[in-house]
Design a protein. Structure first.
Length: 128
């Protein structure tokens, strides 16, 4: 049961990264993302940065789905999500969908990633 839940959550987590990378950033279906990037990194290169970020998010989705170095992957996801959301919390809270409450959702997403990898994923558990 844990492995099945782990696989389903992996797919859902990957879909979060894919949705944000492809639809919100590369296809610019949520222009607020580009505005956030422009305000934080500067408007002159916002288009390039949003495309790079979107591509990186799509690659993260693929990494999640491969299961390669999954514990490192989970740690990297958590660090990226927290860093990004803390920056946005401090620098552009007025542009966030739920304002400063976005940070709470980011923390909950990080807890989901943590539990999925370090509690539900039993592939590295050794029995003696």
């Amino acid at each position: 049961m844990k492995q099945k839940t782990h696989k389903i959550l992996n797919i859902l987590i990957a879909l979060v990264w894919l949705t944000n990378g492809l639809f919100c950033k590369l296809l610019n279906l949520v222009p607020r993302h580009q505005i956030i990037v422009a305000r934080i990194l500067g408007p002159e290169h916002a288009d390039l940065f949003i495309k790079l970020i979107g591509t990186a998010e799509i690659l993260m989705a693929l990494w999640v789905l491969t299961g390669i170095m999954s514990r490192l992957n989970a740690a990297v996801q958590i660090l990226i999500v927290l860093a990004m959301n803390i920056l946005e919390f401090v620098l552009v809270p007025d542009l966030l969908l739920w304002g400063k409450t976005n940070l709470l959702f980011a923390i909950l997403f990080c807890l989901l990633i943590f539990c999925n990898e370090f509690v539900l994923n039993q592939k590295l558990v050794k029995t003696t």
